[in-house]
Write a protein that binds this ligand. Structure first.
Ligand code: NDP
Length: 311
């Protein structure tokens, strides 16, 4: 029987682990081996992190996660390299199953994160972090006074386009239809911005140039006429949505219409008493390492208080 099990090993999970360990809760973290065996969440596929306070010179995403992990372990977090395959939150104590073992816990902190959706272009992954990004807040700064493109027609795409317009020379939004999905207010703001152009009914067919290890153009395809054209840009921001990693919790925790874990406003409490959620798995708005860490801290404090009142 464990007091706290944390599922996930991004900034949310590790911050929860540090706080839980320092509160003497001997946390166990099941770190996940998704993405071909790499734990650590989305920062593991990020090069420079320049917006996490405390690192004035910036730090590489994987290096940062190594430091998070060391700090969790320093205070006694037990880290298990496995994926949780199934959970039973129907009654306390909660049960979690990996392919090899069953774990029993009084409280659980869900920190499984979300993943950006990609277009699956031939060169997209090769140029990730070299001009292809899924986060304008994280990477926009590297494209100051440059021409960039944003793909998508939802609120995220509009928000990214508006943000980038404040930094870049020009922003071209590429949308596969002639109508935006974004809310009226966000769409209007983007449509009115003189720095933002729109290319309608079009898809990005590929991004170039792998031989230079940087983005210098994209190939566009007009989906109505089939005509192809090239657009010179130095950055390509994919903003076609995120998928929260919540398959595991279907039928166990209340999820919102986009699949994110629902939490009580201002807390990390889920629909099941004793189960808390931290980081991007419950946040489709901010999606930052520092906000994930903040909610990880909250989840550990709430778990500790829950245990104190229920023991
Ligand atoms: P959405 O699912 O709302 O939008 C995704 C967009 O990407 C759509 O325009 C969609 O096109 C397009 N798209 C999807 N797949 C592809 C593809 N393979 N190729 C090209 N285009 C594609 O996701 P968002 O991330 O924008 O928003 C998710 C939720 O979060 C929404 O509820 C949104 O309102 C909310 N949100 C709110 C914000 C705010 O209020 N500040 C900020 C950000 C998000 P199509 O329209 O044709 O389907």
């Amino acid at each position: 029987m464990h007091k706290v099990i944390i599922i996930g090993s991004g900034p949310g999970g590790h911050t929860a682990a540090i706080y839980a360990a320092r509160a003497n809760l001997s946390p166990v973290m099941i770190e996940g081996i998704v993405r071909g065996g790499v734990a650590g969440g989305q920062l593991m596929i990020t090069t420079e992190v320049e917006n996490y306070p405390g690192f004035p010179e910036g730090i590489k995403g994987p290096e940062m996660m190594e430091l998070f992990k060391k700090q969790s372990e320093r205070f006694g977090t037990k880290i298990i390299s496995a994926d949780v395959e199934r959970v039973d939150f129907s009654k306390r104590p909660f049960k979690l199953y990996t392919d090899e073992q069953e774990y029993v816990a009084q409280t659980v902190i869900v920190a499984t994160g979300a993943r950006a959706r990609w277009l699956d272009l031939p060169n997209e992954q090769k140029l990730q972090n070299h001009g292809v990004s899924a986060c304008a807040t994280c990477d926009g700064y590297f494209f100051r006074n440059m021409d960039v493109a944003v793909v998508g027609g939802g609120d995220t795409a509009m928000e990214e386009a508006n943000y980038l317009a404040g930094l870049c020379k020009s922003v071209t939004v590429i949308h596969r239809r002639s109508e935006l999905r974004a809310s009226k207010i966000m769409a209007e703001r983007a449509l009115k911005n003189p720095k933002i152009k729109f290319v309608w009914d079009s898809a990005v067919a590929d991004v170039h140039d792998v031989s230079q290890n940087k983005v210098n153009a994209i190939t566009l395809e007009n989906l109505k006429t089939g005509a192809k054209s090239k657009l010179a840009v130095e950055g390509l921001f994919i903003a076609i949505g995120h998928t929260p990693n919540t398959d595991l919790f279907q039928g166990q925790l209340e999820l919102d219409e986009n699949g994110y874990v629902k939490t009580k406003p201002g807390t990390t409490q889920t629909s099941v008493e004793g189960v808390f959620a931290a980081g991007d798995v419950q946040d489709h708005v901010y999606r930052q390492a520092v906000t994930a860490a903040g909610t990880g801290c909250m989840a550990a404090i709430e778990a500790e208080r829950f245990l104190a009142t229920h023991e």
